[in-house]
Design a protein around this ligand. Sequence first.
Ligand code: SF4
Length: 255
Amino acid sequence: MNKELDLTRIVTAALQRERENRHERQGWYASDLGRCLRGVYLERLVGPPAYDERRLRLFAVGNLFHQWLLERVQETGERVLTEERVEAPAYHFSGRADLLLLGEEETRLYEIKTMHSRGFWHRQKSGELVLPQHRLQVNAYLWLLRERFPNLQGYLCYVSKDDLAVLTVPVPYREEDVAEVQRQLTVLNTAWAQQVPPPPAEAVVFDAASGRWAVNWQASYCPFHARCTGDPDWLAKAEREASARNRKGGESRGR
Ligand code: SF4
């Protein structure tokens, strides 16, 4: 009898192995910016959470896509640097800038974010192009690379994974974003030195763009709910709380 090829099992085992072989993190990463700082702290303390298989596959597809795009750019023969290491040792901070396009008069920094086409087209329609956490990440790179690359311009490229549509948005250097990056890193470093986690993120926040209360994205994507809140029903409760505040209407807005 022929053996069956169980691709699902092969993929899952490969992803688990990749996960287990990851290096222990030493500090803070660019992708930590804008997240719940308590969650970032816990991740450094106890290691990456045990994501479910579907989440691991999603990460893997995003990485593959990302790599594929960088290779296509390298093939063009343009002068580029890819995955350039960026660091601020005083803040125990590091990251990798996806792509630097070296020109005569300026250098362009592109940070690539892949996403599902539904979110991509929704973003185009709503006009809410740049997510705050992505803006902070690009500004962190601009802050740390400006000396090396004078006249450095930042961009975010959102790429839809289903149909390869691309949206490129300029991200100007802003002092207030750099100050926010430094503030978050200072909170994390202080917490680490004292071994006391930063305060929890708000469960429900007011979204000025939609004019409605919603579950805080920082919290809804957090893998530490059980450990942090001790309440496995946390998300459902937060959703009920957001609905209740929306039913109440404007009186509680902005509070
Ligand atoms: S459960 Fe909430 S407060 Fe705790 S780490 Fe996650 S997002 Fe932050």
